[in-house]
Design a protein around this ligand. Structure first.
Ligand code: SAM
Ligand code: SF4
Ligand code: SF4
Length: 359
């Protein structure tokens, strides 16, 4: 008889039986025992920036075929899907894109989602439309924003967004979000070695004492157009070592299990920073995120090559039971762990663009 070591037996017992569907409202587990906690919704595949690591202008040019409006999920369709996910355990919804603030009447969607019980609603943005929209978003029930900013040096930032937006516009957006109470604000900086790593210390110095949480993200091989190379990834441990030399740091505990960012605080009390090490320290084992693309496909991993079409079901009149069954099956069959098995070959594969799947 084959003897199964105790630790393997315990792991095996965690694996759900994908043939059994949990009753409606019961929490879901995927094949690796992970629950679904975080739903990211992409509301547009368009953007006013052309960040070199996300929507390089050579690919996303005037001829690029963005989705026509009728292909986008309507707010009512998004709400239906979100409600079913909340019944299955989702506690955090992030609105993203593309640039989510370009979606017309986005505050109406926020209001609809904010009416769902027990869910935190957040939004990730490049920030330039916040001075115009922050108050409306807050009034609609948005809890927090994350703003992306890759450099403080103006010429460098303009080169990175490749649409000539100055740093000042983003700083004004951050100030507007703070003024209406959309904090604590997280600031995301994607670090590309040899491109903007020269600004790491300046960014740290700028956001100390601000109450905002600056997060450094390793440059990832998302999509199929950003020309990703491993040598352009600056490992987070180097970012931490560089900042620590100037402003001593100490690690702090995660807020919850499965938190993506590793947290650090300044020893002198100047605040907190985070690092997201998706390349050098994969966190697939605790990944509880699912993504709903702009046109209503479900993706169980940021690096997926195919999604599950919910829009077709929605538009052919499927009832909630059928939709819920589909969602449950998709999650139960999930086995993704891309960042744990990344190689040069997988990095070169054709993956879905981040602007469409939602960052
Ligand atoms: N347009 C909004 C923004 O930039 O905040 C939301 C969408 S954007 C795709 C979401 C996040 O993904 C941003 O913080 C962006 O910097 C990050 N991102 C995009 N491409 C990335 C890449 N190749 N590697 C790491 N992060 C990336
Ligand atoms: Fe647009 Fe955000 Fe991608 Fe930059 S990272 S191109 S702002 S979607
Ligand atoms: Fe989650 Fe996929 Fe990223 Fe792993 S690679 S953490 S499974 S989204």
């Amino acid at each position: 008889m084959k003897v199964i070591p105790i630790h393997q037996a315990a792991a095996a017992s965690l694996k759900p039986d994908p043939t059994r569907l949990p009753a409606p409202g019961e929490a879901l587990r995927d094949r690796r025992g992970r629950s679904v906690h975080d739903l990211r919704i992409s509301v547009t595949d368009r953007c006013n920036f052309r960040c070199v690591y996300c929507m390089p202008r050579e690919v996303f040019d005037d001829n690029y075929a963005f989705l026509p409006r009728r292909e986008l999920l309507s707010f009512e369709e998004i709400l239906r899907v979100a409600r079913l996910f909340v019944a299955r355990g989702v506690r955090k919804i992030r609105i993203t894109g593309g640039e989510p603030l370009l979606r017309k009447d986005i505050d109406r969607l926020i209001g609809m989602l904010a009416a769902l019980d027990g869910v935190e609603i957040t939004l990730t943005t490049n920030g330039v439309l916040l001075p115009r929209l922050a108050q409306r978003l807050k009034d609609a029930g948005l809890h927090r924003v994350t703003v992306s900013l890759d450099a403080l040096d103006d010429a460098l930032f303009r080169r990175m967004n490749d649409a000539d937006f100055p740093v000042e516009k983003v700083l004004e957006g951050i100030a507007a979000a703070k003024a209406v109470g959309l904090g604590p604000i997280k600031i995301n900086m994607v670090v590309k070695r040899g491109t903007n790593d020269s600004d790491i210390e300046a960014m740290a110095a700028h956001f100390r004492h601000s109450g905002h949480i600056l997060r450094f993200i390793e440059f990832m091989d998302v999509g199929a157009s950003n020309g990703w190379k491993m040598d352009e990834v600056l490992p987070s441990r180097e970012v931490i070592a560089r900042i620590d030399r100037l402003f001593p740091l100490e690690p702090i505990d995660p807020n919850y299990e499965g938190e993506v960012a590793e947290r650090w605080r300044y020893k002198d009390g100047a605040g907190e920073i985070g690092v997201i090490s998706s390349v050098t320290q994969a966190f697939c084992a605790t990944c509880t995120r699912i993504r709903l693309s702009t046109e209503g496909k479900l993706y169980t991993c940021l690096f997926a090559q195919a999604g599950h079409d919910l829009r077709a079901l929605l538009r052919e009149g499927a009832d909630d039971t059928r939709l819920d069954t589909t969602i449950a099956q998709v999650w139960q069959q999930r086995d993704d762990r891309y960042s744990e098995i990344r190689t040069a070959a997988t990095a070169a594969a054709r993956k879905i663009e981040m602007s469409y799947i939602g960052g």
